[in-house]
Ligand binder design. Sequence first.
Ligand SMILES: C[S@@+](CC[C@H](N)C(=O)[O-])C[C@H]1O[C@@H](n2cnc3c(N)ncnc32)[C@H](O)[C@@H]1O
Length: 472
Amino acid sequence: MNKCLIILPNILLSSSKDSKLRQSLIEDNLLEGIIKLSEKIFFPLSGASTSIWLLKERNKEEVFMFDASNLELNEQDKELVQQNYLNSNSEINRGKIKKHDYLFLPSIYLYKDEPVGDPNEIKENIKKLSSELLGTWEELEKSKIEIKNLLVALAEKGEINTLIEERKKIFLEKLKSKTKPNSYKRYLGTPLRYAGGKTLAAGHIVSLLPNNIKRVISPFLGGASVEIAIAKELDLEVIGYDIFDILINYWHYQINEPKKLADELEKFEPTKAEFVRIREVMKKHWKGEKKITGLELASVYYFNYNTSYGPQFLASQSSVYLKEDRYKKTIEKVRNFDCKNLKVFCESFETVIPKYKDDFLYCDPPYYLGGDSKVFIGMYPYRNFPIHHAGFKHELLRDLLKAHKGGFILSYNDCSTIREWYKEFNIISPVWQYTFGQGETRIGKNRLNHNNDSHVKKSHELIIISRMEQIF
Ligand SMILES: C[S@@+](CC[C@H](N)C(=O)[O-])C[C@H]1O[C@@H](n2cnc3c(N)ncnc32)[C@H](O)[C@@H]1O
């Protein structure tokens, strides 16, 4: 083979460790060209965007350098590329590359204010090279898929980082608390207030996600705060499940028909009388006395839940959320919600987890009740009837997670049973303030005694991570 085109991880272009390799390519006069491509070329993977082009039996002293980082590899850009070749490339003498310690960074050579020689000669050279390059471009197109697969494999092995790392940095920087060190503000991406919701924990949990995942499966979706942060802010696919069919029906309309849902909600008045009327409709549906479906069920559930105290399903009304201006803002949030990366289904975790053996899981199950847990009352789907909480199969979840290959982050309430069950994993106990009682019975003086002398109610939560190295 006389000709070869290679996409190199960017690190190889300038690392001192690899300078010998670069030196031998220059000294053996094998390097025909270096082409810097767009960083987005293998999106969502990054870290490899420069191609080098090798030729056997070269007798030229110059190496072609070209910066195509602002272009894309599609048909349309071909002409643009040609124009670009004509106007902005140049050839660099091998001696000059040697002087720069064999760095393979076109920017060093192309953007210096130095005389570049006779313009006509350069133009001729550029013309010649540009036609050769078009051939190369076609080869590059062909090898693009192969290289992408290779990069995915490397990312899976953790040998290169993906853009997720960058997106995480940007998102977490925005969410960082200005007043408290190492804390994050609430993430307000979800239109649904939810009992046990993780709006405050979302930043922390996102910060712990590995950088090499392709999608996230969430078996306990609830109010979906973390899931929306992952889907929107990290641009990753998230598949969410929950056993509560009425909730999943709401999410279906919220994701796929937000405008229709908002129009339905506009028909309701944010008043106590309306709240009582709608709660009756919801109750009759729940008891099976008068079933409603589809968009009507989604809007009735949302109104009942979001304007309730707590929030809690079928509870009494919240004076704060039943205010005209607050209700209008809520409807706008419903209307403008846009999160196409999130898919939702109604299914119980015992069939969901085995389906996704190699996928990364984010699990926020109902809290463990009993033992020395500080939580005593089940709350899903509601306190008076916690059928999705009281008999929850915590042991089965533990066994499924222990057998799971794709990695997970699990949030739980802090109690000795959970600590014991998951002791082989990395357990951290972050502190974030939460607002809902979650069945916790200690209040007033008791809370003061057991809460580091603080009146502010703190969460007693654990985050359990499947592998140590994922948090470092
Ligand atoms: C703690 S909540 C999740 C809260 C969510 N992370 C949030 O930010 O709003 C737990 C969820 O698990 C659901 N659930 C309970 N039992 C389940 C089961 N067997 N399979 C799937 N989901 C279940 C409940 O309906 C509830 O929505």
